[in-house]
Design a protein around this ligand. Structure first.
Ligand code: PHE
Length: 473
């Protein structure tokens, strides 16, 4: 690609890429989902397996996606096509479908992700009100209140629309002025706020219990291994080409292995920090009152946590700040989800960024409406159940989430691992991973082994388990 064309597409600065990619990775998956599934799987050993999944499956695929993106300077569809042609793969054009799957996954995930992100904004405003006017909730009233909010079609669609609008406005501004500038500002703020919260939680009575819960070694359940692997994909934004797209904006002077390592580390660190903060609050509450806390995964953040926050000495300050932090984390993820779809229309259909952002944003907003209405507002959508899917995948929202997490991401990840490990030559991948690295990438043989053997086997195993009726969402 010519210098001029690549300047038109936009290129991240060195820290710009790391922060934007870390921003994509760090989201509701870290702050809401990770603590919950860690709790559901008894902490300790689950955390260890999750760390292993990040290291053995997540990190290699992170490097694979980024190298595919930078090599081709294309979003997923164009990237696979170009490389398949360059490497003269028989029937090469069919790899374009893998990119198409990613674009579709981006659209599907963003449609419901923005709904949950909208809840976070609503609770941020709600907490501001509580902080100024006094907190009046008890366990039952908070649940009723949250259910009332979920069943309110205007609020559901309104906050989903608000979040989509903010996301579109940032993506319109482009790679440097929009994505890089926003994430460069938000990510350090997020880190600082979370660090302050961790320091604060060290003084809470539940801190010791939280640490020993998270880092003790206990029996390992097979189901926990499965969940850890699935979550590694979701949390690192892998399997749908988000990192291919962001990789296409990486400059040739940047080391992909080093950047990828930092991104995986930051994502893991934030998940652990969020878990420490949440568990410190939860373990500060007497056991009897804690019962049922984690009964329903999707509601904890909005029903149990506010009450626990306002029980703390500095709760009036912490509560709104916390929701603001979660909203920031979600925003840097929704930006990347939208960018995957927008970049496809720019690269392959040659639309302008403005047109692509507005049209795609509007489509995803509309696609999210059934999800927004399926958490209580419309009975038919709320109780919708596809035959063959587990009970947990109920409602339109639950169904899209289930299919995207359990099918689209692992299948996409499998395709990417096979492509990078078996279709691309070792010469090409080594060249790209060493470009900008300033010397040999000594772990290259390890990376290649993981991508060729460990990742496909692990993913096929997940899919096999899902086919046999196991959900790891
Ligand atoms: N990684 C994000 C999170 O943890 C979610 C996400 C998935 C973002 C896939 C982009 C692509 O919340």
């Amino acid at each position: 690609m010519s210098e001029q064309k690549s300047a038109e597409r936009g290129t991240f600065g060195r820290m710009g890429f790391i922060l934007a990619a870390a921003g994509s990775a760090i989201g509701l998956g870290n702050i809401w989902k990770f603590p919950y599934i860690a709790y559901a799987n008894d902490g300790g050993s689950f955390v260890l397996i999750y760390l292993a999944a990040i290291l053995l499956v997540g990190a290699p695929i992170m490097l694979a996606e980024t190298l595919i993106g930078r090599r081709t300077q294309q979003s997923p569809v164009g990237a696979f096509l170009r490389l398949a042609i360059e490497e003269k793969v028989p029937g090469g054009r069919r790899w374009g479908w893998l990119g198409g799957l990613g674009v579709f996954a981006g659209l599907a995930i963003l449609s419901y992700y923005a709904v949950v992100a909208g809840w976070v904004v609503y609770y941020f405003l709600h907490c501001l009100r509580w902080s100024f006017q006094g907190f009046s909730g008890d366990a039952t009233s908070l649940v009723t209140e949250f259910q009332g909010f979920l069943a309110n079609p205007g609020l559901q669609i309104g906050f989903h629309g608000l979040f989509m609008t903010i996301t579109v406005l940032i993506v319109i501004l482009g790679v440097k002025a929009g994505i890089e500038r926003t994430t460069k500002f938000l990510m350090p703020v997020l880190l600082v706020i979370l660090l302050a919260m961790v320091l604060n939680s060290m003084r809470s009575p539940g801190f010791g219990d939280a640490i020993s819960f998270l880092f003790h070694v206990g029996p390992i359940h097979a189901s926990g291994v499965l969940e850890a692997l699935g979550h590694a994909f979701f949390t690192l934004s892998l399997g749908m080409g988000a990192m291919i797209t962001y990789g296409s904006y990486v400059s040739r002077g940047q080391s992909i292995p080093r950047a990828g390592g930092v991104i995986c580390l930051l994502d893991t660190l934030i998940a652990l920090m969020a878990a420490v903060v949440m568990f410190s609050i939860i373990f500060s509450v007497p056991l009897a009152e804690r019962a049922g806390t984690f009964g329903r995964s999707s509601t904890i953040l909005f029903t149990t946590l506010p009450r626990m926050f306002y029980d703390l000495p500095a709760g009036t300050l912490i509560a709104p700040v916390f929701y603001l932090l979660v909203a920031f984390a979600a925003l840097t993820s929704t930006i990347s989800l939208l960018e995957v779809v927008v970049a496809y229309f720019i690269d392959v259909r040659e639309w302008s960024r403005r047109k692509a952002s507005l049209v795609v944003g509007a489509i995803i907003f509309l696609a999210g409406i059934p999800s927004a209405l399926s958490v209580g507002a419309v009975g038919k959508l709320t109780h919708f159940q596809l035959p063959g899917l587990p009970e947990g995948a109920q409602g339109f929202f639950g169904t899209v989430d289930y299919l995207a997490t359990n099918w689209l991401l692992p299948v996409g990840g499998l395709g990417i691992a096979l492509f990078a490990g078996w279709v691309l030559s070792s010469k090409l991948t080594r060249e790209e991973l060493e470009e900008g690295h300033g010397g040999r990438f000594s772990l290259f043989p390890v990376w290649r082994f993981l991508v060729r053997y460990v990742c496909p086997v692990a993913i096929l195993w997940i899919l096999w388990e899902v086919l046999n009726g196991r959900s790891f969402a």
